[in-house]
Design a protein. Structure first.
Length: 172
């Protein structure tokens, strides 16, 4: 909910954290759409997809470094899952923590599932020019390797492949 504050001759909004967050997400999404559309027109689909992958790798690496520094995750499977959870739920998921599942299968293997993808449900809902799973595997790999460079990540399910979720296997 937006409240207004009287400040002299101005009537200024006082946005809550959720509204600020949604607006920043929308701004990022709009910028990515613009970059993709321009690169698609200029260089074609494959180059546009490669540019998106590079952008998302850089963003996830930067955010991963900051999250690891702030929350001091352990460089094991538990830490990787915690980092992926924070990135999916808190950074991109509007604080919705019921949109993911995760569990440790073995000491060196964990499963992480995005049950909802805001990217897939918003922009890509009507624009299926490319399969975003190629982007996400690179994005999440860059993210978790900020914690431990030896992590391996596999995407075993993906919305673009017709699955009901995006599921990753992380191994160390």
């Amino acid at each position: 909910m937006t409240e207004k504050e009287e400040t002299g001759p101005f009537n200024l909004p006082n946005l809550g954290w959720l509204e600020r967050y949604k607006r920043m997400y929308q701004a990022y999404d709009t910028a990515i759409k613009t970059v993709f559309a321009n690169e698609m027109e200029r260089s074609g689909k494959q180059d546009a997809v490669q540019l998106l992958i590079a952008i998302h790798q850089e963003v996830s690496k930067s955010l991963g470094e900051k999250l690891c520094e702030k929350f001091n995750y352990s460089p094991n499977i538990k830490g990787a899952l915690e980092l992926m959870w924070t990135y999916s739920c808190e950074v991109w998921g509007f604080g919705m923590n019921d949109t993911v599942d995760m569990y440790i299968e073995k000491e060196d293997r964990g499963i992480f599932t995005n049950k909802i993808c805001h990217y897939w449900e918003t922009w890509l809902k009507h624009r299926r020019e490319f399969s975003c799973d190629e982007n996400c595997i690179n994005e999440y790999t860059s993210l978790i390797r900020t914690l431990n460079p030896s992590y391996k990540l596999y995407m075993v399910k993906a919305f673009p492949r017709g699955d009901n979720c995006c599921q990753f296997v992380v191994e160390v």
